[in-house]
Design a protein around this ligand. Structure first.
Ligand code: PMP
Length: 444
């Protein structure tokens, strides 16, 4: 049997496909990556136009990060987290340079999911007996029981509805399709102001968690007033404010973290993905000094064997110094402007593009059915087994050499931050072609 087919069969038969049915799975066998590109076992080259799950921020094969990880592996691959190890100090020192100023203490895990689970426990320990947590309907915060409960996206939580008590959801600042049926700026940011009312009615609210820019649910960039207002409401009500920067952190939006766009300092910042540029698994729960101080005399009843894993930690200072070495943030801002311009040009050409939105190298192209505002596919179709046109379009883009991550009605365009204009052109061209197929339905 062809080695490629054998590999594919072993993967299909003996490993889990997640977030999709097993039977239609046809994984492409990928062999290696370099820069913004990866290659399959037959040598075909693919542009990564979404950094996989918006996490391969430095692209593939970064030698400096690889060297730092190898060095740690050779020196000390593991030590009980109650013992000290120098890489833990180095990682913290590097983080202090890039995190919002008030975030000064870190819990290290191995995923964004775990980073949020730790945040849940921290706020509930501090705010005891208050336990309620507010999160948004269109949100994703992870897939284990606590973080899936925070997640508002029905496509994710349907198997485990309300598994963790105490979560109260609120509407998102989705101006393209406002859940309150209002129009910005006349709305007076009602979706944020409503949160003040919820907190006062619910009582016992310990915290509020938001993705500063909603990620997997369609790159929803809030109006400029939104985050400062929400932060103020949390503070006035003595509720802890958690920014889930698992996807938005690490230069994705042209700043180290998305909260910097609005000068907002959260009480807790959770992150993962880009923190290691995906060279090793990592999750980080960063907390303010006040929160850190609470644990001087209170036990943080939490921990994992692989918490503060030295090899994961080794990636953090290496990634940060790589960002600085290549002056990545200004590059993201410049490329982001170019990408935004190119995607907006697509909107001019395609009747099925309803909205193009984003910042830095983090964009959504949202498709509509009626040339106006009707979602291209129902939000839940995918999990009800209905075929999704965007899945087929993404597959076609892949066949033409461009990988793009899609939701039921939107593509997320988020290339590795090291991307150049020619790469962007290549990706936009592939999108242009496949979106023409969506437009064709208007001719039928
Ligand atoms: N929060 C957000 C905003 C995310 O985008 C994700 C992953 N897509 C998570 C949490 C969960 O992170 P992980 O997949 O690393 O567990």
């Amino acid at each position: 049997m062809d080695e490629d087919v054998l590999t594919k069969n072993l993967i299909k038969q003996h490993t889990f496909r997640t977030w999709g049915k097993q039977k239609n799975w046809d994984p492409l066998v990928i062999k290696e990556g370099k820069g913004a590109y990866f290659y399959d076992s037959k040598g075909n080259k693919y542009l990564d136009f979404s950094s996989q799950f918006i996490n391969v921020n430095l692209g593939y094969g970064n030698e400096n990060v690889i060297k730092a990880i190898e060095k740690q592996l050779e020196t000390l691959q593991y030590i009980n987290p109650s013992l000290g190890v120098s890489i833990r100090a180095e990682a913290s020192r590097a983080l202090l340079e890039v995190m919002p100023k008030n975030i000064t203490k870190f819990f290290f895990s191995t995923s964004g999911t775990e980073a949020n689970e730790a945040a849940i426990k921290i706020i509930r320990l501090i705010k005891r007996p208050s336990f309620k947590i507010l999160s948004r309907y269109r949100s994703y915060h992870g897939s284990t029981e606590g973080s899936i409960s925070l997640t508002g996206d029905y496509r994710r939580w349907f198997v485990e509805p309300n598994i963790m008590p105490g979560v109260v959801r609120f509407p998102e600042p989705y101006c393209f399709r406002c859940p309150l049926k209002l129009k910005y700026p006349d709305c007076g940011i009602a979706c944020a102001n409503y949160v003040d009312y919820i907190i006062k009615q619910e009582k016992h609210v310990a915290g509020i968690i938001v993705e500063p820019i909603t990620g997997t649910n369609g790159v929803i960039v809030p109006p400029k007033e939104y985050m400062p207002l929400l932060r103020k409401i949390a503070m006035e009500n003595d509720v802890l404010f958690i920014a889930d920067e698992v996807m938005t952190g690490w230069g994705r939006v042209g700043e180290w973290f998305a909260v910097n766009l609005w000068g907002v300092e959260p009480d807790i910042l959770t992150t993962a993905k880009g923190a290691s540029a995906s060279y090793v698994p990592i999750g980080i729960t960063g907390v303010s000094k006040e929160i850190g101080d609470f644990f001087e005399d209170n036990v943080f009843a939490h921990g994992h064997t692989f918490e503060a894993h030295p090899v994961s930690l080794a990636a953090i200072p290496a990634v940060i110094s790589e960002y600085k070495r290549v002056n990545l943030l200004p590059h993201v801002r410049e490329m982001g402007k170019y990408l935004g311009k190119r995607l907006n040009e697509l909107k001019e050409r395609h009747i099925s593009i309803g909205d193009v939105r984003g910042v830095g190298l983090f964009w959504a192209v949202e498709l509509v059915k009626d040339g106006k505002n009707t979602p291209f596919a129902d939000y839940n179709d995918k999990y009800e087994g209905k075929p999704i046109l965007l899945d087929l379009l993404a597959k076609k883009a892949l066949e033409s050499g461009v990988f793009v991550y899609n939701g039921p009605s939107w593509f997320i365009i988020a290339p590795p931050l090291v991307v150049e204009k020619e790469d962007i052109d290549k990706g936009v061209e592939a999108l242009d072609k496949v979106i023409r197929e969506a437009d064709n339905q208007y001719r039928n």
